[in-house]
Design a protein around this ligand. Structure first.
Ligand code: SF4
Ligand code: SF4
Length: 404
């Protein structure tokens, strides 16, 4: 690939201190995330350049902590502004766009009216109180999503909250947070949704899927689906009492964290950390007995890692808490306790079903109650979630197996 052929993009990158070599290296990394060989890097670089200012996109926020935005904002090779804001022509991004007020409203309305755009959605779709648990400029968040989704070519549901409601979906889910696909099923919008797991999701996964869209989709979402290796997972949305089918990139959810974990040898040798601060912890032994959910969580975290691939949870000494799984808070809390009925391997359809026999244990429940009472005493919350109902729920789950 001749450098002159892509002069514009290299000028743009140079302004941001990103060399051609670094950019090509990054494209090679994106190729690997897409399951391609690094030889596809020039093709990817060309696709990114071709997409510059040609493909409009919207980034909408549902109920979230904006951690996925923050995760994206930490990418610096090249930075998020280069890849997404400038190359993709991102017309609306609530948390970091310069536009405000009427101009911001006009940007989203004009983009929807013109059509032919990619929709990136972060956060849970807030259904509680008939959608009034999330209002943006007086409009219900769920209505904004419905309109934007109906006109989009494809949707990226980024992060656990967008996938199935994430931590907001955890019992008793008073705000009614659910995932994008489940919501779109309920309003009969058939725009394809590709889900990117974890809390937050990996910026590299987002960029890889954006590049894939630029690379293969053209104006046809069917091509995007056909040419992207995807896996399907099913779950039951308790809030809607409906079965939901999700599509994920195969590369990202095709193997467990345990499969790729650098501590796996210690697991096989029976060398475990049983207490934080112990000699075993200092030796970097396996974290399974202090709650690691790596064996039942299907994501590429050990391979992709975060912060320019420097590290990830287990690498930095923390057990995986399984945020890449479905209904991950209910299924995995208390996070630092070993689950009694952990699942090893098996088909994707069996990953973290709603019935994993684990649970919010007594200590965690007590802490939740104490925290809730403290907040209430401080006048920071109203009646809050139904504590008695939560306790009954916890007791029921403990009776099914509890944590050991
Ligand atoms: S249990 Fe966790 S720390 Fe141990 S090998 Fe598996 S993924 Fe790694
Ligand atoms: S390693 Fe586990 S806890 Fe960490 S981001 Fe991945 S799925 Fe989430």
């Amino acid at each position: 690939m001749a450098q002159e052929a892509h002069g514009a993009i290299y000028d743009l990158l140079a302004v941001r201190g990103v060399s051609r070599r670094d950019f090509m290296k990054y494209c090679g990394y994106v190729a690997a995330t897409l399951g391609l060989s690094e030889a596809a890097a020039p093709q990817i670089a060309a696709a990114v350049e071709k997409g510059a200012k040609l493909k409009p996109a919207l980034w909408l926020n549902g109920g979230s902590c904006t951690g996925c935005t923050e995760s994206m904002a930490q990418v610096d090779t090249p930075d998020v502004a280069t890849i997404v804001l400038e190359l993709l022509s991102l017309n609306y991004f609530e948390t970091i766009m310069a536009a405000a007020g009427e101009q911001a409203e006009k940007n989203i309305a004009d983009t929807i009216a013109a059509g032919n755009y990619l929709l990136i959605y972060e956060g849970a779709v807030m259904m509680g109180e008939d959608g009034n648990t999330l209002l943006v400029n007086g409009h219900k968040g769920k209505d904004i999503l419905e309109e934007a989704a109906a006109g989009a070519q494809a949707i990226l549901a980024v992060g656990a909250c967008a996938v199935d409601g994430g931590w907001i979906y955890a019992h008793p889910n008073p705000a009614g947070g659910i995932g994008v696909q489940s919501f779109l099923d309920s309003v009969k919008v058939a725009t394809p949704v590709v889900n990117l797991p974890c809390c937050p999701t990996s910026p590299e996964w987002v960029v890889a899927m954006v590049v894939q869209w630029l690379l293969v989709a053209g104006d046809d979402p069917a091509v995007f689906l056909e040419k992207t290796a995807l896996l399907e997972k099913k779950y039951h949305d308790n809030y809607r009492d409906a079965d939901v089918s999700l599509l994920y990139p195969e590369y990202i959810v095709g193997s467990t964290i345990h499969d790729n974990c650098p501590r796996r040898g210690h697991f096989e040798n029976g060398e475990f950390v049983t207490e934080f601060g112990s000699e075993e912890e200092a030796k970097g032994y396996c974290l399974y007995k202090v709650g690691c959910k790596g064996p039942q969580t299907y994501t590429q975290c050990p391979v992709t890692r975060w912060n320019r691939s420097v590290s990830w949870c287990v690498n930095s000494g923390a057990p995986c808490i399984g945020c890449g799984g479905l209904n991950w808070v209910d299924n995995n809390a208390p996070f630092f306790k070993r689950l009694s009925s952990i699942q090893m391997g098996g088909s994707l359809g069996n990953v973290q079903p709603g019935s994993v026999g684990a649970v919010v244990g007594g200590v965690a429940a007590a802490a939740l109650v104490a925290h809730g009472l403290g907040m209430k005493a401080a006048g920071r919350i109203g009646d809050g979630p139904p504590i008695e109902e939560m306790k009954a729920y916890d007791r029921k789950r403990m009776a099914k197996g509890g944590d050991k």
